[in-house]
Write a protein that binds this ligand. Structure first.
Ligand code: ADP
Length: 763
């Protein structure tokens, strides 16, 4: 509604304006005129504008100027409108494009002013639009024409510049050409002098080159030209050589080759690496290598040769030396092979004939130039052919044995020295059979054992002078090998003889040992039987004697009780002797019985701790320990597999003895210890007593064996024998160490048993 009333006011005002001032002019103006709202809407348009834009007036009043403005000009137009509104401009003018209703572009000169009210508030725009399309087109055409003209001008300018450039370049080329010509002329001059210099150099090079140069007429074989080197080498002047026949400078020995080479050159126009010999003026030779090429006429015909001759004398000399070295090396290696084969044969065989066979074979196989090889061995006054290769049947038939002193074989053996004949024709030592072989030279080497030749190794060759010093030294080694083979065979025989002697001695010894062993087994068996019988007897005797002895003892005691003091003094003394004797006899018999009982009965064996056993023995000996003020020390006692009673008896005896045989000056000290060595428990009982003399140490373990008298120390001499018997039944051992006056140590061993189940047989 607000817009409607505003529009009404605006319309009203326009009407007034139009009416008052411009209506007529406005309507009939040739220029398009319009009144445009602040937003750009056409409020009124005149006829010209409708014509310019192609729209009817009503159509235009429906749209705004933006709609028909060319999009590319709209921004500029709107910017200027803004400036008007901001009062920065009073009016503006611009060339712009409208889009005609038909779609074509209409160029226009637009003039816009802003009408404001009395308070300076903007009311509307008045615009004038002048169609300038035609002018514009003209302007564009003109601009194109100008541009075209400018283009042409540019092109013209460029062409001019190019022409100028070309002229400039041409001028400079021309100048360069003149300069190049000048340089060329100067260079030519320089080349000319260099050429002359180089020719001089070339001539110098040609004449003084290390190689020899020669040119020969291909038709006449006459020398056309040569260098100074050739002339000097041959001892002529260049002038002397020029015109000489080609063959004249070659050694007659190679004229055939020269001829053949010249023919080849004339046919093929070249000769390559041909080895020839030049002949010096003094007749000596120079080895040369020839290379030739042809100089041809325009028609291709060979006119003359161009040859290079290189002195290869030094090379030839070296080649010769090399060949000699190779020959010597191959000889060395061949002989080494032979020596290897023989030494292997010597190593493998004790049969010298086999070694001889291998030797002659290997010599023929490996040493070049040997026709035959053989070995003679002397027995008494005849040399026998033992091995041979390459000999004729006839020779073998005639010379299989050679009686002393025939031929070089016997010369070698008798003089024990190598015999070498370089030329058999001049030899008078060789026998007829050897001569018939047709050999030209021979070498015969002595085979000696202990400084005496026992035979000869012979080499024959169809070549004269086939064997030199080197052969002799190698053959010396070969014969030494053969000597070793004979030596080995002798040693082997001697060894075999001594071995067989040794064997018969051994056999005799073995027989004796066997006989002795049988005897010993027999005696041992007898001894065992007798021991068994003896033990049986001792047991039976001691057992059976007990009863009558008890009777004798008790009646003797009764007798003593009744008649002691009633007879004379002598009788009393006898009575005492009888009583004492019978008690002693009873003690002896009891001990003997105890001894013979050891090992007779089967007893239970168990794991026992010896500490407890020692304690038991000590308490049994309590009285004498107290009386003698003895001290007994023991610790870390072993656990062993034994019958406890047996162990007790051993300790009882040993501790009792240790106290009994005490030193008067000091209280007895007994130490009992236990240790382990080599799978055995070692138990020791040591004292500080009187000790035992060394000579008695072995005998005290015997039955009834005593060192001291019964008046000195009481006892029957059977305790240690019982200990020994007990210990041995367990597979152990008892021994003693003692120092007189200082003390004694008894040791016994009992096997360590790992497994408690592993019990020894009950004893
Ligand atoms: P007995 O003790 O009855 O004489 P033994 O067979 O036990 O018989 O001893 C044999 C002998 O060995 C003894 O008479 C004694 O001469 C000697 N003998 C044994 N043990 C000792 C010891 N500990 N010190 C010195 N001599 C000893």
């Amino acid at each position: 509604m607000e817009t409607a009333s505003k529009l009404a006011i605006e319309t009203d005002m326009i009407d007034k304006y139009i009416e008052i001032n411009f209506r007529k002019t406005y309507e009939h103006s040739a220029i398009g005129a319009s009144i445009v709202s602040l937003e750009g809407k056409w409020l009124d348009v005149n006829n010209s504008l409708t014509n310019i834009l192609g729209y009817a007036k009503e159509e235009l009043l429906e749209i705004d100027f933006q709609t028909v403005t060319h999009p590319e000009d709209l921004e500029k137009d709107l910017k200027l409108v803004k400036k008007l509104l901001k009062n920065e401009l009073q009016s503006y003018e611009m060339e712009k494009r409208y889009i005609h209703k038909n779609g074509h572009i209409v160029w226009a000169l637009l003039n816009v002013s802003l009408i404001r009210d009395s308070d300076n508030n903007p009311l509307y725009f008045i615009s004038q639009v002048q169609d300038i399309t035609k002018w514009k087109e003209k302007e564009f055409e003109l601009r194109d024409a100008i541009e075209h003209k400018n283009l042409l001008n540019d092109q013209l300018r460029n062409t001019n510049e190019e022409i100028e450039k070309i002229v400039r370049e041409r001028t400079s080329d021309f100048q360069n050409a003149i300069e190049a010509l000048r340089v060329e002329i100067e260079n030519r001059k320089k080349y000319q002098s260099e050429l002359e210099e180089s020719e001089q150099k070339f001539l110098d090079l040609y004449d003084n080159a290390p190689d020899m140069y020669i040119s020969v007429d291909s038709n006449t074989a006459k020398i056309l030209q040569c260098n100074q080197t050739l002339a000097s080498n041959l001892g002529y002047s260049k002038e002397e050589i020029t015109g000489m026949d080609l063959f004249h400078i070659y050694h007659p020995d190679c004229h055939g080759d020269v001829e053949e080479g010249f023919r080849h050159f004339r046919t093929f126009g070249e000769v390559k690496d041909k080895e020839l010999q030049l002949k010096r003026k003094d007749g000596s030779r120079i080895d040369v290598s020839l290379n030739t090429s042809a100089v041809r006429s325009e028609s291709g015909e060979i006119i003359r040769s161009r040859s290079n001759l290189r002195d290869i004398s030094r090379q030839k000399e070296l080649e010769k030396k090399l060949q000699q070295t190779i020959d010597s090396l191959s000889k060395k290696s061949s002989f080494e092979k032979v020596i290897r084969v023989i030494s292997q044969s010597v190593h493998n065989s004790l049969n010298p004939i086999e070694v001889l066979e291998n030797t002659v074979q290997s010599l023929i196989d490996n040493i070049g130039g040997i026709a035959s090889s053989c070995v003679y061995i002397a027995e008494n006054d005849t040399a026998y052919l033992k091995a041979h290769r390459g000999l004729t049947k006839a020779y073998i038939e005639r010379a299989k044995s050679i009686p002393k002193p025939k031929g070089f074989t016997w010369k070698t053996i008798s003089e024990n020295t190598p015999v070498y004949c370089p030329d058999i024709e001049k030899d008078d030592t060789i026998g007829p059979a050897g001569r018939e072989l047709g050999s030209k030279s021979y070498l015969s080497m002595p085979i000696n054992i202990d400084g005496k030749a026992i035979g000869a190794l012979i080499l024959l060759s169809f070549k004269k002078d086939a064997f030199d010093e080197e052969y002799i030294s190698y053959m010396d080694i070969v014969t030494q090998q053969i000597e070793v083979a004979f030596g080995n065979a002798n040693k082997a025989k001697a060894l075999a003889d001594s071995e067989s002697r040794l064997k018969s001695l051994n056999d005799a010894l073995e027989n004796k040992v066997r006989e002795r062993t049988q005897e010993l087994t027999h005696y041992t068996e007898e001894l065992k039987n007798s021991n068994r019988e003896l033990e049986q007897f001792a047991y039976v005797a001691s057992h059976d004697l007990q009863e009558p002895l008890r009777k004798v003892k008790s009646f003797t005691e009764l007798f003593a009780k009744k008649y002691r003091g009633s007879l004379d003094e002598k009788a009393d003394q006898y009575i005492e002797f009888i009583v004492d004797g019978s008690s002693r006899m009873q003690k002896l018999i009891t001990d003997l019985l105890e001894y013979s009982r050891v090992g007779r009965q089967k007893k239970e064996v168990e794991k026992i701790n010896l500490e407890e056993t020692v304690q038991r023995a000590i308490s049994s000996l309590e009285v004498i320990i107290k009386e003698s003020n003895a001290k007994i020390e023991y610790k870390d006692m072993a656990t062993v597999l034994m019958n406890e009673n047996d162990a007790y008896r051993v300790f009882l005896n040993l501790i009792n003895n240790a106290i009994k045989f005490k030193n008067c000056d000091i209280d007895p000290l007994v130490k009992i210890e236990s240790g382990e060595k080599d799978g055995m428990n070692i138990i020791s009982v040591s004292d500080n007593g009187i000790g035992i003399e060394e000579k008695h140490l072995n005998k005290i373990f015997g039955i009834f064996e005593r060192v001291h008298t019964k008046t000195e120390y009481q006892g029957t001499g059977i305790g240690l024998a019982i200990c020994k018997k007990i210990i041995e039944t367990y597979g152990g051992r008892i021994w003693v160490e003692s120092e007189l006056g200082k003390g004694t140590s008894f040791y016994f061993s009992i096997p360590v048993s790992q497994n408690p189940e592993d019990k020894p047989d009950a004893v």
